[in-house]
Write a protein that binds this ligand. Structure first.
Ligand SMILES: *[C@@H]1O[C@H](CO)[C@@H](O)[C@H](O)[C@H]1NC(C)=O
Ligand SMILES: *[C@@H]1O[C@H](CO)[C@@H](O)[C@H](O)[C@H]1NC(C)=O
Ligand SMILES: *[C@@H]1O[C@H](CO)[C@@H](O)[C@H](O)[C@H]1NC(C)=O
Ligand SMILES: *[C@@H]1O[C@H](CO)[C@@H](O)[C@H](O)[C@H]1NC(C)=O
Ligand SMILES: *[C@@H]1O[C@H](CO)[C@@H](O)[C@H](O)[C@H]1NC(C)=O
Ligand SMILES: *[C@@H]1O[C@H](CO)[C@@H](O)[C@H](O)[C@H]1NC(C)=O
Ligand SMILES: *[C@@H]1O[C@H](CO)[C@@H](O)[C@H](O)[C@H]1NC(C)=O
Length: 461
């Protein structure tokens, strides 16, 4: 990033070395030199360089990066709307969503504006563009939805505005740096075809759930597989099903069920499809709160820890895509060789993803936190490998894409991964990574699927 401090005041700088003193003399060529103005600029400049610590730079970078990608995505959204040739309600609803999105982008710009003077120029330009876009959006919304879709001209204008906006942001962004990962695997570079998949014993009506293996198993439990299907309203679960092996879970035979409660839902039962099993305990979003639940499979007891009070829950910041939000997916859990993480979004981070380490003590406590620029509602899921968070998005009903990564060691984030996941069903509801077999355990609309992974330094999938 570059900072230009332009002081547009005509002045002459002369230096006279008389005797022992070195004197710097400021002379102005204009009659009424605004001395106090210069003082002020000098003061501001010094304040500015004090204020812009590397931490702040990172924050600005992060915000600008997020903004950049949100705008790119909006561009996608607009062209998506353009492609829809006949009007329907969906289009009108989409417009409204984009409008909300624009308001959030404006919030981000305001934050950027407040963060430092150096971005004011940028924010001013981008802000003007956005206000123009918002106005256009409102005009569009007033039209009925059939007309909306044939209004090519407005769409073209928005596209042009977005393009300009994008370029303004582009010009100041440093390219994202490559994060190597920290287990000697290197970066994730590809994902295999679906390896094994099968319909769960619950059948096709239960499309939200999760499965996997305990990623820190007790001796003797190494091969156990667990499965949780949200059996009430596709939102709530109250028990964990375990199988002794991959074959038994694939065939759906000889399960063992462990109940958190006989009621569903009730205090501390499971809400939402994202969870992990670690050290013989299940970690998940507790029913109707912004808390993390830890269910001890042996003691059958629950311990909890609260996330910040402005954490979204009950579908405030869910996963999703243009076509759908996945209900009650506000919280995601990931585990890798370094432990358990919770992925969520807060109002103070504008609905963007936060990562917190969950220390697996009893009760669990929150460890380190990371703030990202990744907007939670635009992604479909996350998982963690070697301390690097990966996020997916919906491309179409055949393909999902791993497009984003955040390295918790270096705080580097990148949005340019293009790793495709071939789906067996249209929606991915949960993804868990097991560092022992380096497989992804995916729950895709009632189907349980595994995928191999390929890293820079490990090619076998
Ligand atoms: C620098 O930070 C101080 C305290 O946070 C603030 O009062 C001041 O306005 C800042 N100055 C600039 C130039 O950003
Ligand atoms: C940023 O702040 C300046 C004043 O400090 C204001 O003139 C400008 O409109 C603001 N930009 C945006 C995008 O809000
Ligand atoms: C902006 O970035 C995109 C990709 O990130 C690139 O294709 C485009 O050429 C860039 N535009 C400018 C003006 O640099
Ligand atoms: C990535 O994996 C897919 C299978 O999912 C395969 O078709 C493709 O060729 C692989 N790409 C690379 C670059 O290895
Ligand atoms: C679970 O409970 C058992 C028995 O009370 C205890 O020995 C174990 O440490 C607990 N484990 C976790 C992860 O809570
Ligand atoms: C815009 O499109 C992206 C990618 O297609 C999608 O994930 C996102 O949800 C859309 N945004 C809105 C506000 O609909
Ligand atoms: C992370 O955030 C949580 C909740 O705000 C807080 O309790 C915890 O102390 C934070 N961790 C660190 C290392 O600051």
């Amino acid at each position: 990033m570059f900072f230009h401090l332009l002081v547009a005041i005509p002045l002459v700088l002369s230096q006279s070395a008389g005797g022992k003193d070195c004197v710097c003399e400021l002379q102005n060529s204009d009659p009424a030199f605004p001395e106090n103005k210069l003082d002020q600029i000098g003061f501001t400049a010094s304040q500015c360089s004090i204020n812009i610590t590397s931490k702040k730079m990172t924050e600005i970078d992060r915000l600008a990066l997020g903004l950049h990608h949100r705008i790119l995505q909006l561009l996608d959204n607009v062209s998506m709307l353009e492609k829809e040739d006949n009007g329907n309600l969906y289009a009108a609803v989409s417009l409204r969503i984009i409008e909300i999105e624009l308001a959030e982008v404006q919030d981000l710009l305001d934050k950027l504006n407040r963060t430092t003077h150096s971005y004011q120029q940028l924010s001013k330009h981008a802000g003007a563009e956005l206000r123009g876009m918002e106005k256009t959006m409102m005009e569009l919304e007033k039209l009925d939805h059939t007309q909306v879709m044939v209004k090519q001209r407005e769409n073209q204008r928005i596209r042009r505005d977005l393009e300009r906006c994008k370029n303004v942001l582009n010009s100041t962004l440093a390219p994202p740096t490559i994060s190597p990962g920290h287990c000697g695997l290197g970066r994730l570079v590809n994902v295999s075809e679906p390896k094994t998949f099968s319909l769960t014993v619950y059948g096709t009506s239960y499309v939200f759930g999760a499965w996997g293996r305990d990623t820190n198993p007790a001796p003797g439990d190494e091969n156990k597989h667990w499965l949780v299907v949200l059996s009430a309203s596709n939102v709530f679960g109250n028990f964990i099903r375990q199988y002794s092996s991959l074959s038994t879970i694939t065939l759906g035979i000889f399960p063992t069920d462990t109940y958190i409660s006989s009621a569903n839902p009730t205090t501390n039962t499971i809400q939402g499809p994202n969870m992990v099993m670690y050290g013989n305990a299940l970690y998940y979003n507790c029913y109707n709160t912004h808390s993390v639940c830890q269910f001890n499979m042996t003691a059958k007891s629950v311990a909890t820890v609260s996330l910040p009070s402005d954490t979204g829950f009950n579908s405030k910041f869910p996963f999703g895509h243009l076509g759908a939000a996945y209900g009650y997916t506000d919280m995601d859990f990931a585990s890798d060789e370094s432990g358990v993480y919770v992925i969520y979004a807060t109002t103070s981070n504008f609905g963007n993803v936060m990562i917190s380490k969950v220390e697996t003590s009893i009760p669990p406590v929150l460890g380190q936190n990371w703030t990202t620029s990744l907007h939670k509602r635009t992604i479909t899921n996350t998982f963690m490998v070697c301390g690097v968070l990966y996020a997916t998005r919906y491309l179409d009903k055949e393909m999902e894409e791993i497009f984003y990564s955040y390295d918790t060691k270096t705080n580097e984030e990148r949005y340019d991964l293009r790793i495709h996941i071939k789906k067996v069903e249209a929606n991915i509801k949960s993804i868990n990574y097991d560092h022992r077999d380096r497989l992804l355990y995916v729950f895709s609309d009632a189907y349980i699927v595994r995928y191999g992974t390929m890293f820079e330094n490990v090619y076998q999938m």
